[in-house]
Design a protein around this ligand. Structure first.
Ligand code: ADE
Length: 240
């Protein structure tokens, strides 16, 4: 099968990605050749014998800042190995918040380069110089961009055509149509006094589809009314 997407991950911790790239839907997409994913370590592009990639912030303050040299060199080395222009993604809590609409857009790109920050973040000249799309996976601070990269890559890869065994299943996902997903049940029919709704056992596909639409709408209005108002990208609505 021809590879439809290439993803390069630039990180200080390539080892944390290994099991992730082998498991589940992402692992299957990689094994079947639909997606090719590679990790590059910023440290391999350090300029000194200590392999330093970070330094203290000018002006003082806590923590360390990722330096320009290793980040620019790593990025340019990755991009020189392949024709074309990738979409560069910088993972940072200061970026636009990731939504299913953005995931859908990223899944159509042939080549993504994902940069994971660490410590107190990137030297500002990295942000200014590389022209990346800056993305956050939510309003909280992670110790590094690696878990954010995994979340983003998982969400993107499952939308690459062929990655899900059942092509229909991504269309039913939560957020796919601005709604949360309907409730799902499997065997047994009865568990600890809780039973599967009769309609799902009826074999009547029109009634089942209508029930699912109604349940999806009910759940969305209860839990995430902001999605119906077109505010999905901004996250849950503030309490009135
Ligand atoms: N790095 C640290 N926190 C992050 C977040 N919330 N989203 C993306 N990258 C991050």
């Amino acid at each position: 099968m021809p590879c439809s997407m290439r993803i390069d991950v630039l990180t200080l911790f390539p080892e944390v990605f290994e099991p992730f790239f082998e498991a589940s839907i992402v692992g299957r997409a990689v094994r079947s050749g639909l997606v090719s994913i590679r990790c590059v370590n910023f440290r391999d592009f350090a300029h000194d014998k200590h392999r330093s990639v970070d330094d203290r912030p000018f002006g003082g303050g806590p923590g360390m800042v990722l330096m320009c040299g290793p980040v620019f060199d790593a990025l340019e080395s990755v991009e020189a190995k392949c024709d074309g222009t990738p979409l560069r993604i910088l993972l940072t809590p200061q970026g636009e918040r990731l939504t299913q609409a953005t995931v859908g857009d990223l899944a159509r790109r042939p080549w993504l380069v994902v940069l994971c920050g660490h410590y107190e973040g990137f030297d500002e000249r990295i942000r200014l110089g590389i022209g990346a799309r800056e993305i956050s996976i939510g309003d909280y601070v992670l110790s590094g961009g690696e878990p954010a990269a995994m979340a983003l890559i998982d969400a993107v890869v499952r939308l690459v055509p062929g990655a899900l065994g059942d092509e229909g299943s991504a269309a039913d996902d939560s957020f796919a149509a601005g709604m949360l997903e309907y409730p799902q049940y499997t065997r047994p029919r009865e568990f600890r006094g809780m039973s599967v709704p009769d309609v799902l056992l009826s074999g009547d596909h029109d009634r089942i589809a209508a029930w699912r639409r109604e349940e999806a709408m009910k759940r969305t209005l209860e839990r995430r009314p902001d999605l119906r108002r077109g505010g999905g990208s901004k996250g849950p609505a503030e309490p009135a």
